[in-house]
Design a protein around this ligand. Structure first.
Ligand SMILES: Cc1cc2nc3c(=O)[nH]c(=O)nc-3n(C[C@H](O)[C@H](O)[C@H](O)COP(=O)(O)OP(=O)(O)OC[C@H]3O[C@@H](n4cnc5c(N)ncnc54)[C@H](O)[C@@H]3O)c2cc1C
Length: 285
């Protein structure tokens, strides 16, 4: 049986307390949310923090609400809560599309939205979803609060802009008249994506006025298909243009071959999934 190296454990009672504990234990301390990514990594000795700061009791980080024209998702909201949220599903069906295919009920009951983003796994579904939604993340640290666009949050695989001692507090998505969808290919139900894509479209006067396209597991820089977005913006939302957007997404992604498939297959998948996500989003009214 794999066991982690020894570590200190402290339970935070407020955000301020969590920040104090992170400062007290220094850069070798990390917060634990659902623990579904961190604990397996500790057992495999891929992560060996000296102190775990448990943020599970922090009500300030929980909940999903509509507030001042935004959907606000607490960093500690569980996947299952996001899947159950009427507000989330009503305004952004992409969130429910994605949550339905993330892992299984056991993981979804415990794993958190904030933990998913902070883990920055290159196959994480919600990273692509919030990049497509152009969400903004609220971060708090010893020097106060700052906001970071989701698209600027990811530095590379398993790396974000969070500095040691900083906490992700909430995710904010501006409400707008949009259509959205998420499509994923996995090897079996509940598995990590072979590839997945999400699209968020705003159409007015017969043209696409805003579009976000997120892609995961297929080597899209920062989880975004930027060239496809630029191509679609300002033109009519036609099937042909969606196909061309898929072609651009495939051309500009940099997938890596692994046990889920070779590069050519993944590149093909990127194009297909982007086109399908756009079509499915457009079909929604
Ligand atoms: C069997 C299995 C299948 C899975 N399948 C999928 C899948 O199909 N798709 C998918 O996207 N994911 C999948 N996951 C991952 C799942 O979504 C995890 O819940 C998620 O990656 C991590 O969330 P967590 O709350 O467990 O974070 P934790 O494991 O607690 O933390 C992960 C990292 O984020 C940091 N962190 C957590 N919260 C914060 C915060 N508020 N501020 C700063 N840092 C923070 C931690 O310090 C740690 O470094 C799967 C996991 C498992 C175990």
């Amino acid at each position: 049986m794999q066991v982690p190296a020894s570590f200190q454990y402290r339970k935070a009672t407020s955000i301020e307390h969590a920040l104090t504990l992170l400062a007290e234990y220094g850069p070798e301390s990390v917060v634990v949310a659902g623990g579904h990514s961190l604990l397996p990594m500790m057992k495999l000795r891929l992560a060996h923090p000296e102190a775990l700061i448990d943020i599970n009791d922090l009500d300030e980080l929980s909940g999903i609400r509509v507030q001042r024209g935004q959907l606000v998702i607490g960093a500690m909201a569980r996947h299952a809560e996001l899947l159950a949220s009427r507000d989330a599903g009503h305004h952004f069906p992409i969130l429910h599309d994605a949550e339905r295919v993330i892992a299984d009920p056991i993981v979804r009951n415990r794993g958190t939205v904030g933990g998913s983003l902070c883990q920055a796994d290159p196959s994480e579904d919600l990273s692509a979803v919030f990049a497509a939604l152009r969400a903004v993340l609220l971060v708090r640290g010893p020097d106060g609060e700052r906001t970071v666009p989701a698209r600027d949050f990811f530095v590379g695989p398993y790396e974000t802009v969070l500095a040691p001692g900083e906490l992700l507090v909430e995710i904010r998505v501006s409400l707008r008249d949009s259509r959205s969808a998420y499509v994923k290919v996995d090897r079996r139900a509940g598995d990590w994506a072979v590839g997945a894509a999400g699209a968020v479209l705003t159409v007015a006067g017969g043209v696409v006025t805003e579009v976000g396209i997120g892609v995961t597991a297929l080597g899209a820089p920062r989880f975004v298909a930027e060239e496809a977005e630029a191509f679609l913006t300002g033109g009519p939302p036609t099937q042909e243009r969606f196909a061309e957007a898929g072609r651009l997404a495939a051309q500009h992604c940099r997938p890596a071959a692994d046990q889920r498939g070779p590069v050519d297959y993944k590149r093909h998948l990127a194009g297909e999934l982007v086109t399908r996500a756009l079509r499915r989003a457009m079909e929604r009214n």
